[in-house]
Ligand binder design. Structure first.
Ligand code: IPE
Ligand code: IPE
Ligand code: MG
Length: 224
């Protein structure tokens, strides 16, 4: 049975779900947040120590302003209402990505990270304004600046995910089979599960099914 330390998720399909059921992409994002809460609960229960959630990519800035604002407001509301609860559950929140948001949200994100910094039960990496190519480029530039060798180990140590084991599992919901510039370096040996359901329809049972499948996979890492 494979050990499981880290699950990463591309939470895709909110917009299509919202359009299908309510003719509104925004409704889909709202419903998607409910799934986030369910999956956080399940991850805690399963005692998986790291959960990385892709919430907003560097490419998502190309979307209409009203959708972007809606997403940021949802996140702001969520943190305002729930951060103390997350803290009580011993959850640590870490933002991965460049924190370039409206001031109120940026401050709230920093505050949430600070409040939860010493928590140990579960670390949630929330990927916000995250792009993997940017991250790798920044890491290499930083090594050059520090006059350090460009090695795999050193590059890893300059990524947002330094000190975090690489994801064992990547899940992408939404019936789309691509990585969309997510964790390209860290996913080199992850087991990838593309899932047909839209993110708002994804649930604990689906999550557990994937984990069960993962546990039985023969992970070779190049060996036979
Ligand atoms: C993923 O859902 C969530 C974000 C990118 C914020 P989408 O909004 O991409 O939903 P679809 O893929 O358009 O259905
Ligand atoms: C990836 O989904 C980003 C997030 C889930 C936050 P997208 O919906 O933005 O990906 P593409 O554009 O379809 O590849
Ligand atoms: Mg999408």
């Amino acid at each position: 049975m494979n050990p499981l330390k880290h699950v990463a998720i591309i939470m895709d399909g909110n917009g299509r779900w919202g359009l299908k059921h309510y003719n509104s992409r925004k409704r889909g994002h709202r419903a998607g947040l409910k799934t986030v809460e369910k999956i956080i609960k399940a991850t805690l229960k399963l005692k998986i120590p790291y959960l990385t959630l892709f919430a907003f990519s560097t490419e998502n800035w190309k979307r209409p302003k009203s959708e972007i604002n809606y997403l940021f407001n949802l996140l702001q509301d969520f943190l305002q209402k729930k951060i103390l609860k997350l803290n009580k559950k011993d959850i640590k929140l870490k933002i991965i990505g460049e924190k370039k948001f409206p001031k109120k949200l940026s401050n709230l994100l920093s505050k949430s990270e600070k409040i939860t910094n010493n928590n140990l039960a579960l670390q949630i990496n929330l990927a916000l304004n995250y792009g993997s190519k940017n991250e790798i480029l920044y890491a290499v530039k930083s090594l050059i600046k520090k006059k350090k060798h460009i090695t795999e180990k050193n590059i890893s140590s300059e990524l947002y995910t330094k000190n975090i084991p690489d994801p064992d599992i990547l899940i992408r919901t939404g019936n789309t089979n691509r990585l969309s510039n997510f964790l390209l370096w860290q996913l080199s040996y992850s087991e990838i599960f593309f899932f047909n359901k839209y993110w708002p329809d994804f649930n604990e049972t689906d999550f557990i099914k994937i984990i069960k499948k993962y546990k039985k996979v023969k992970r070779n890492f190049g060996e036979i």
